[in-house]
Design a protein around this ligand. Structure first.
Ligand code: ZN
Length: 169
């Protein structure tokens, strides 16, 4: 394998970093196009979790489809492009949405986090929101605007209160 290729495959997941798309709609291919438009290589995340609205028209129709579907972005071994300082030691997970998420989407996040935690032996305190990373905090990020949910990811017994908060518009 050429050196450059080897370097791209050098991600060792120690953290799971949760982001949001900060949009009402989207999916992996839509966000990929947005990232390219902004001059990035391509989609910087490893997973995208749908809120049921892939397109603007879907959002306008109000009919959700595939809520909680997990789409694949970069390969896990591939260095991400989502959080300065963490891109070689984390997986980036993007929730489509902006602060309000359907319960099924949060359930999908919880399940994905559990799977990835056991697959890569990631401790629960290394599951963080983008705003909790050092660089995210310095940049003033609020992403994914999901504090209570992040707490609930770490403490499953808080699940009930999460469902109350996330079902409130
Ligand atoms: Zn983010």
């Amino acid at each position: 394998m050429p050196e450059v290729e080897a370097a791209k495959m050098a991600n060792v997941p120690e953290f799971l970093i949760v982001h949001c798309s900060d949009s009402g709609w989207g999916d992996a291919s839509v966000i990929d196009a947005w990232h390219r438009d902004r001059g990035f290589d391509r989609l910087g995340y490893h997973r995208v979790i749908l809120n049921g609205f892939r397109t603007y028209a879907d959002m306008k129709s109000g009919v959700r489809k595939d809520v909680g579907l997990v789409e694949l972005g970069r390969l896990d071994m591939e260095v991400g492009a989502h959080c300065v300082g963490y891109n070689r030691r984390s997986l980036g997970i993007c929730l489509v949405g902006s602060g309000v998420y359907p319960v099924q989407q949060i359930d999908a996040l919880r399940q994905l986090v559990n799977e990835l935690r056991s697959q890569y032996d990631i401790p629960v305190h290394n599951v963080i929101g983008h705003h909790e990373s050092q660089s995210g905090a310095q940049e003033g990020k609020t992403c994914p605007s999901l504090d209570r949910s992040m707490i609930a990811l770490r403490m499953p017994e808080l699940r009930q209160s999460l469902e109350v908060s996330s079902s409130t518009p």
